[in-house]
Design a protein around this ligand. Structure first.
Ligand code: F0G
Length: 526
């Protein structure tokens, strides 16, 4: 069940020991659809039902035969895989299919989004961070051009004796010898304050308990303090807003309001005016918050987020890396909430379970064409992952979207089973969250449990892992905890989940609930 003994360990030493300690230290040898296999001590292949399915990257399951066959054909045809800076029409082929889907699903959408490809979800998020900054810089430049022009007009008016400089709260004109002198003192102070503001990085908005990746910029948008706090000095900060309090969002964003100082000549007097400064870079939103225990946004939150972005003028970035590609029963989870984004990110299942691929999409009204060469990567937009993406999209869209209907139906069926368990164990289960094949069961907090091992594991945040270990050991089902306190268990299988799989899952959950209800902490220890 663990790595063969002997030889020094250079990779995953701590991680593997820890996985073994919670009962998850298994090496899988084969995978197909929703099943992983490992070989036990007797050399027997043991099947495990996989509810993690590549962290949601396997909408069509492990090693889907159609995708694998397509991959083999692509390789046999000797399709060029890496030919950077040449015409690569496959990029546009993918973007064209995505735009057709977006036109169908986005409320009022016109399906005109430019695509930039990436290698991972976090990279797609970072591409959005960069593009949003380019947009913001352009707005800042427009503003500073205007303030420079206004300063020149004031100089001319004062120099020609047509205007005087009014008293203002920013400079006290001690020792100024004349109007021009007063104006220069004022412009110097305004310039100093403005330069300070312009040098500050943007503040991004995201939702509490958000997960947007773990690279330098994207980790700032991922709220988990253990992962984020050591790196806050490396990139722009994020203001996290509560998704369950949409009414508070406007006020929170209002607190970030700041202004640039400008001068205007009005009726022969130079006065200082404050101009709204675009401090907010972008608002990043997951339509279903995966790491927050699979919580979908409410319609009210979606509307408020759109309103905040419209008021501030920043792009709304809908992160569909986890929720997109059909998992919730629509291509975009945001379409369930009527949420229209300015940028979108997709990753995970676009790789078909065998390639790494991701894409960021930018509405044409906002897209800055120079960005096409400002971001690139050796491996992005490669011929292999592109061919797989086209196959996945074709499979999703086939038969008038049969895959979406299956995802919705299978998801409803699984949710029904999870909800039945929750109803039978109200003292143990808090709630079932999610939509389609993006579900989680939230257990009640056990930090006050009467069983000491349960209490202790809950306090250290390990209870969810031990529950996963037990489900694996005793039921041959792979689940993982999720949620800020690790109190939830995630379910995101492929669309090939069978009724028998669901029945087994329900049975395993009932077992866990019985252990928790009976406070049988010893059974959780591997
Ligand atoms: N955004 C969202 C919404 C995600 O769920 C993830 C990854 C990322 C961005 C980053 O993508 O891993 O390809 O760099 N979520 C994984 C999860 C880790 O647990 O579901 P990545």
């Amino acid at each position: 069940m663990s790595s063969p003994a002997g030889g020094p360990v250079f990779a995953d030493r701590v991680l593997n020991d820890w996985l073994s300690s919670v009962g998850l230290g298994i090496e899988y040898s084969r995978a197909e659809a929703n099943t992983l296999y490992y070989v036990d001590e007797d050399g027997q292949e043991v099947p495990v039902l996989d509810h993690v399915c590549g962290f949601g990257s396997l909408i069509f399951g492990h090693n889907n035969p159609d995708i694998v066959a397509h991959a083999k054909t692509v390789l046999d045809r000797q399709v060029p895989v890496y030919v950077q800076l040449s015409h690569q029409s496959h990029a546009n082929d993918i973007a064209a299919v995505l735009n057709a889907i977006l036109r169908r699903e986005i409320p009022g959408g016109d399906g005109d989004y430019a695509a930039i490809f990436a290698n991972s979800g976090a990279e797609a998020v970072e591409i959005c961070v960069k593009h949003a900054e380019l947009e913001r810089r352009a707005r800042v430049a427009k503003l500073t051009d205007e303030t420079s022009r206004n300063a020149e007009e004031a100089r001319e008016a004062v120099g020609a004796g047509r205007a005087t400089v009014a008293e203002n709260p920013y400079v006290r004109f001690d020792g100024a010898s004349g109007e021009s002198d007063r104006l220069e003192q004022l412009l110097a102070e305004a310039g100093r304050r403005n330069a300070e503001l312009i040098a500050r990085g943007p503040v991004h908005l995201a939702l509490e308990n958000a997960f947007h990746g773990k690279l330098v910029a994207s980790i700032q948008l991922t709220q988990n303090p253990h992962w984020r706090l050591p790196f806050t000095s490396l990139a722009s900060s994020t203001r996290f807003l509560r998704a369950d309090r949409p009414d508070e969002m406007k006020a929170a964003v209002e607190e970030l309001r700041t202004s640039l100082l400008d001068v205007l000549v009005d009726d022969g007097v130079v006065t200082v005016v404050e101009r709204d400064f675009p401090l907010v870079g972008a608002f990043f939103v997951e339509p279903v918050q995966g790491a927050n225990g699979m919580r979908p946004l409410t319609g009210a939150a979606a509307r408020e987020i759109r309103a905040v972005c419209d008021a501030v003028g920043c792009p709304l970035i809908v992160d569909e890396i986890h929720s997109g590609m059909g998992r919730t029963g629509a291509f975009l989870a945001s379409s369930h909430m009527g949420l229209r984004g300015d940028y979108y990110t997709l990753a995970k299942s676009i790789g078909g379970g065998i390639a790494k691929n991701a894409v960021a999409l930018f509405h044409r009204d906002r897209f800055r064409p120079e960005f096409e060469v400002m971001h690139s990567s050796t491996f992005a937009k490669d011929g292999f992952s592109a061919a797989i993406a086209l196959k996945v999209l074709e499979m999703l869209e086939a038969d008038d979207g049969r895959a979406y209907r299956i995802a919705a139906e299978r998801g409803d069926r699984l949710k029904g089973a999870l909800t039945a368990v929750a109803a039978d164990f109200p003292d143990v289960v808090d709630a079932v969250h999610g939509i389609g094949l993006m579900l989680a069961v939230e257990f009640k907090d056990q930090t006050g449990a009467s069983s000491e091992p349960l209490r202790e594991k809950a306090a250290s945040g390990m209870l969810g892992y031990l529950i996963a270990g037990l489900i694996l050991r005793e039921h041959r089902i792979r689940v993982l905890p999720v949620g800020p306190a690790g109190n939830s268990v995630r379910f995101e299988p492929s669309i090939y989940l069978t009724d028998a799989d669901i029945a087994r899952t329900e049975n395993a959950l009932r077992d866990v609930c019985t252990i928790l209800r009976d406070q049988d902490g010893d059974r959780l220890t591997p």
